[in-house]
Each structure stands twice: as structure tokens, then as C-alpha cells.
Design a protein around this ligand. Structure first.
Ligand code: UD1
Length: 432
């Protein structure tokens, strides 16, 4: 078992390159299974969820080759229609394979997906839309057996909520369905737009890119393409909230300014300086950080739910109060227990975390409850006096290539340690 060890209290300074987006590469890897030709993806982050998606593709019969930040996916002659339970449960994004399986094989035998425990996370919007396209669904508590005996047919579908995952599932189904589909009430998250662009590069015909209504004209055969994944706005937000919390300055290269406007507003409210030029974003926090008042997450273009724990961590030492409510997931702030161990003054009620800034945090041993909550604990530890150890970092590896390394690039003293078991926090290997 590994952990992240970090000696907090340093002001941050540095330049970082923003990698490709986790939430973009995962659905695009699944969508590659729709294609009849080779797909080459560029700017692919090294993440355990990417490895898991590659394993699923291989299991389905595709060839997957990885080198540096490139990934080449060669189509399978005939695709398998079943995904083993362990791979389905390893991550939430395994659900993205459901539509490609239905399109390519006429059926999908899968179990309910795993992923961060942020709340109930049902998949009814995915299934309701697929049913409208002619999919028959047999569902038990944990197992799904879907068939499309007559293939998928285009449909007019209104999503009851602009779910990111459901929009992506229905897009993948619609691009290969017979006839026209109109998807209304779609998610406008930048990663959905990235999937639209990828599918268009493969020959799909989609109108309405970047809006809540997507019109799709089904095409029987998608070709391959070479595609560059969009930058990860949540990694960019992680760096910016780290600077806000610790003080100092950083330059982010390759981030997309347009995708980060809601994050900028919150950081500026706290007193951070942000300047953008070409593909660089510079952030500095040179004076007092002020509490951000009341913040509510919502679907894009509002403040993103994935950045909520990071913002909470950044304001733990701010002057004043920050009240953050997550409107998307019920259990977004499981990291609050770790904040409290570091002697933060915060409390969670329902979907809201209330942070009353304190002058000092104390280093501690804490456990990552989920991906972004784990990153938020590392961010809090970077501000705390003394040493902290964060365990449960397998959650963090799902979404960050090397989070400790990112903090090292910003001048923090951080690294990975090997631990004998969860009760032994003393077997320190080395700082990075
Ligand atoms: C995606 C992101 C995740 C992010 C989230 C919200 C990926 C791989 N993951 O997750 O990092 O936090 O968007 O921006 O892209 N819902 C239903 N029924 C459904 C689908 C969703 O009720 O069929 C609900 C969910 O329980 C949740 C809300 O809708 O409360 C948002 O979920 P959704 O947008 O689908 O998020 P994910 O695609 O799971």
C-alpha cells in the first residue's frame, strides 16, 4: 500500500503542463469501439481509469497500444458483448461501453458500474434514452442485460437532467442509429463537446455542438481518426486552488481559459490574481485570502462539482467563511473528516460544507475517501504545518497522473511512501 507524504507550509511557485482530461479520454476510448478503423489519441493522461478502459477494450477484442501520451486503438473484427464484473466495478466510466456494445453486437451484458461513492448515481437517464431507441432492458439489482434485436433507431429524447454520462451514452448510440435523433436537455460540459468533436472527426454528423440540443444523423460506419484530448480543467483547478490555499504563484500551460471561467470567479472573489495569455494561465495569491461566501455547484457553465472539495480545501485558512453546496451529488464532502483531523473548522450538513477559516492547520494522517476528496486532502496537507500522510491514494490515481509530483513541481516537499499496512504509517521509503 502506498501513500502520499507531504511536508506542508510552503508557498508555491512553479510552472505546470496541464494533461489531457480524464473525463474526456474515458468516453472517447469507449467510443473508439464504435469505429471500423484505427483511432490514435494524443495527450492521453496516465491514469488507472485509462488502464482499466484499455483492459475493457482488449477484453472486447480490440488491440490497444500505449506509448508516452499516445494511445492507439485498433478495432476488433468481432466484438465480445460481455464485460467481466471486476472491470465493470473498477470505475464508473465502464458504463460508457454499454452503447458501443449495443451498436456493434446488438447486446450488452454488464453489471452496474463502480466509481466514487458520491451518492446514489443511478443510470436511469441512460436506460430511458436507449429504450426510446429500441433497446430492450432486463435489469436485476446488479446486472443489466440489454438487447437491440432490430438495431438502434433514431429518436427524439428529452433528458430529465443534463447528465454528462447519459448525454455521452445517447450520443454514442445516436451516431450509429438508423435515422435522425434529437437529444434535448443535454449536458454542455466541455468533455461532452470533446466527445462530439471526436465523433465528428470519425465521420459522425452532429449539429448543435456546445448547446443543450444535439441533432444527430446516424451513420452506419464510423472511420478512424487522430484526435487530441482536451486539457483537464479539474487538474487546472487543483493547481489554482493549491496556489490560493498555500499562497505564491503558478503558470499553467495548455489549460483552456474558456472552460475555467466559473473557477476564476471563485478564486478572484477570494483575492487571487489571474491573467491569461495565449495558452498560459498565471495565478498569484500574494495577500490575504478571503472566504468566498456562498457557493453552489451546478452543471456547466456553473462552478463544477469536481472542483468543490478542492475549493473547500483552499479556503480552510481564509479570513472569513465559505459555504459550499453541491447541487449534483449528495456526498461530495466526505473529505471533511480529514480536514477536521488537520484542525480545520468545518462542518457538513446535508450537501453543504461550511468552512470557517482558521490561521493554522496541523499535519496529520488522513484517508482519501474518493478521487477529488483525496486531492483536496493533499491540498489541505500542503498548507498544514508539519508532515501529513494521505492513504487511499488509489482513488487519486484514477484521476491524477502524479499528484505528489505536481506539488513538487510547484516547490512543495512531497512524495510517495510505501506502507506495510494501513496501521503502519512509519515505513517511509523516500520523498520524491
Ligand atoms: C461525470 C464526471 C464526474 C462529474 C460529473 C458531474 C466522467 C467520467 N465523470 O460523471 O467527474 O462529477 O459528471 O459533472 O465524466 N443521474 C441520474 N441518472 C442518470 C445519470 C445521472 O439521476 O442516469 C444523476 C447523478 O446521480 C448525479 C447527476 O445526475 O446526481 C449528475 O450525474 P452525471 O452528470 O451523469 O455525472 P457522471 O456522468 O456520473
Amino acid at each position: 500500500m502506498r501513500g502520499i507524504k507531504i511536508l506542508g507550509g510552503k508557498t508555491l511557485h512553479g510552472k505546470v503542463q496541464i494533461p489531457g482530461a480524464k473525463n474526456s479520454v474515458l468516453p472517447i476510448m469507449a467510443a473508439a469501439a464504435l469505429c471500423g478503423e484505427r483511432v490514435t489519441l494524443e495527450r492521453v493522461p496516465h491514469l488507472s481509469d485509462v488502464e482499466c478502459s484499455a483492459k475493457i477494450l482488449q477484453r472486447l477484442g480490440c488491440r490497444v497500444m500505449a506509448a508516452e501520451h499516445f494511445l492507439v486503438i485498433e478495432p476488433a473484427g468481432e466484438l465480445q458483448s460481455e464485460i467481466p464484473e471486476d472491470l465493470m466495478r473498477a470505475m464508473r466510466s465502464s458504463i460508457f461501453f454499454m452503447a458501443p456494445l449495443l451498436v456493434r453486437t446488438g447486446r450488452a451484458d454488464i453489471t452496474m458500474p463502480g466509481g466514487c461513492k458520491l451518492g446514489a448515481r443511478p443510470i436511469d437517464i441512460h436506460l430511458d434514452g436507449l429504450a426510446k431507441m429500441g433497446v430492450m432492458i432486463a435489469q436485476s439489482a446488479q446486472h443489466l442485460h440489454l438487447t437491440a434485436p432490430a438495431g438502434l433507431k433514431g429518436a427524439d429524447i428529452t433528458l430529465r437532467f443534463p447528465s454528462v454520462g447519459a448525454t455521452e451514452t445517447l450520443l454514442m448510440a445516436a451516431v450509429s442509429a438508423r435515422g435522425q435523433s434529437v437529444l434535448r436537455g443535454c449536458s454542455m460540459e466541455p468533455e461532452v463537446t470533446d466527445l462530439v468533436r471526436f465523433l465528428k472527426a470519425c465521420g459522425a454528423c452532429i449539429e448543435g455542438e456546445g448547446t443543450r440540443c444535439l441533432t444527430v444523423f446516424g451513420t452506419p460506419n464510423l472511420k478512424g481518426c487522430h484526435y487530441r484530448i482536451c486539457p483537464d480543467r479539474i487538474t487546472a483547478a487543483t493547481v489554482m486552488f493549491a496556489v490560493a490555499g498555500c499562497g505564491g504563484e503558478a503558470v499553467l500551460q495548455g489549460a483552456c481559459e474558456e472552460d475555467l471561467q466559473a473557477v476564476f470567479r471563485v478564486l478572484r472573489r477570494g483575492g487571487c490574481d489571474i491573467a491569461c495569455k495565449e495558452d498560459e494561465i498565471a495565478i498569484g495569491r500574494y495577500h490575504t485570502l478571503y472566504g468566498a461566501g456562498n457557493l453552489v455547484t451546478d452543471v456547466h457553465p456553473a462552478f463544477p462539482t469536481d472542483a468543490a472539495p478542492l475549493a473547500a480545501a483552499a479556503f480552510l485558512r481564509a479570513q472569513g467563511t465559505t459555504m459550499l453546496t453541491d447541487s449534483i451529488f449528495e456526498n461530495r464532502f466526505a473529505c471533511a473528516a480529514g480536514f477536521e483531523k488537520m484542525r480545520a473548522a468545518c462542518g457538513v450538513q446535508g450537501r453543504t460544507i461550511c468552512v470557517q477559516g482558521v490561521p493554522r492547520l496541523a499535519g496529520s494522517s488522513v484517508h482519501a475517501p474518493d478521487l477529488r476528496g483525496g486531492a483536496a486532502l493533499v491540498l489541505a496537507a500542503a498548507q498544514a504545518e508539519g508532515e501529513s500522510i494521505i492513504t487511499g491514494i488509489e482513488h487519486i490515481a484514477r484521476g491524477y497522473e502524479d499528484l505528489a509530483g505536481l506539488f513538487v513541481q510547484l516547490g512543495a516537499q512531497a512524495g510517495y511512501i510505501q506502507m506495510q499496512d494501513s496501521s503502519s504509517l512509519l515505513n517511509v521509503a523516500a520523498y520524491a
